[in-house]
Design a protein. Structure first.
Length: 178
């Protein structure tokens, strides 16, 4: 996993709970905390931090990932405003992931693995997002979706219809502006 994810997690933890909490999470997880944005780190490292945060906050790993994803979006918008500026609402922004955002991420962060999402529209106007990744970080994706809604000042109705964590071959997430 690219170090930028660790950098964003640190920013969110420090902004919400302070430097001491970040240091405690590093101690609990046994990590040194030196993560460069361009560096590559074992996926288990981020999950160790997530589990440590969950224990400290009395949340499940999935809840921590959603919390982190939602709160990371403002920092992402500051770092990469060009990804957010062309859109006025959440759904077009989400639909730009495969064609605009992820190719640029791969240019910025050589070797970055970016999930390819499948997008379809439901009869009720919801955006259906298919997610399939060996990392199984669908809860992080869910948090990013909620954070994007916050960024665009939209209330979203997000439902996880299928999940790899419950035996499905992929995740299917329904997103609709409320």
């Amino acid at each position: 996993m690219k170090g930028i994810i660790f950098n964003l997690l640190e920013d969110v933890v420090v902004d919400t709970y302070g430097d001491r909490m970040w240091d405690e999470l590093l101690d609990t997880s046994g990590l040194d905390g030196v993560f460069t944005s361009l560096g590559n780190y074992d996926d288990d490292h981020v999950m160790a931090l997530v589990s440590a945060a969950g224990a400290a906050m009395s949340l499940s790993d999935g809840e921590v990932l959603r919390w982190f994803g939602q709160r990371a979006i403002p920092g992402m918008a500051k770092r990469w405003p060009a990804f957010f500026a062309p859109h006025d609402t959440t759904l077009p922004f989400l639909q730009s992931l495969n064609s605009v955002i992820h190719p640029e991420v791969r240019k910025l962060y050589t070797g970055a693995y970016c999930t390819q999402f499948e997008f379809t529209s439901a009869a009720d106007g919801a955006l259906m997002i298919g997610y399939n990744s060996p990392r199984r970080l669908c809860d992080l994706a869910h948090g990013f979706i909620l954070g994007a809604g916050d960024y665009y000042r939209e209330s979203l109705f997000v439902r996880h219809l299928e999940c790899m964590h419950q035996g499905s071959g992929r995740c299917l997430i329904s997103v609709k502006a409320a």
